[in-house]
Design a protein around this ligand. Structure first.
Ligand code: ZN
Ligand code: ZN
Length: 134
């Protein structure tokens, strides 16, 4: 009768010997849960970062272009409309790059924003547009 070799459980700091399994009975469900959570987190991170990782923003051309734009427009445009003076932290496309890729490098389609305004505008695109048209 062939027996498979005993190996220690793969869980950190567990020395229980297992046969043909990676984890002992106690750690097997914990490991499965941990792996499932890890996969879920990875997918979430991916979805959250997907917009930022848009190929354009990684290009040398965009980095140089947005740097120059920010030098000329160092303050958050949205804040200055509200009478506040805030250092801009990024360059945003007024008409989104996704729907208007041809305007990616059009000076008039860009605005300097701080992160707070960028996030706010991103979350309320509809509202911001409505306010402007009023
Ligand atoms: Zn174990
Ligand atoms: Zn701002």
């Amino acid at each position: 009768m062939a027996r498979r070799p005993l190996k220690p459980c793969a869980w950190a700091a567990c020395s229980v010997l297992v046969c043909g399994e990676t984890y002992c009975d106690k750690h097997k469900p914990l490991a499965q849960q941990r792996d499932a959570e890890r996969i879920k987190r990875t997918n979430q991170d991916y979805n959250e970062r997907r917009d930022d990782s848009d190929a354009l923003y990684k290009t040398y051309r965009w980095r140089k272009f947005s740097e120059l734009f920010r030098k000329r427009n160092p303050l958050c445009k949205h804040c200055s409309e509200l009478g506040k003076t805030t250092q801009a932290q990024l360059v945003d496309h007024i008409l989104p790059h996704k729907t208007h890729p041809e305007l990616a490098f059009t000076w008039a389609n860009l605005r300097s924003l701080c992160w707070a305004c960028h996030n706010q505008i991103g979350a309320k695109v509809g509202l911001v547009k409505n306010k402007k048209s009023l």
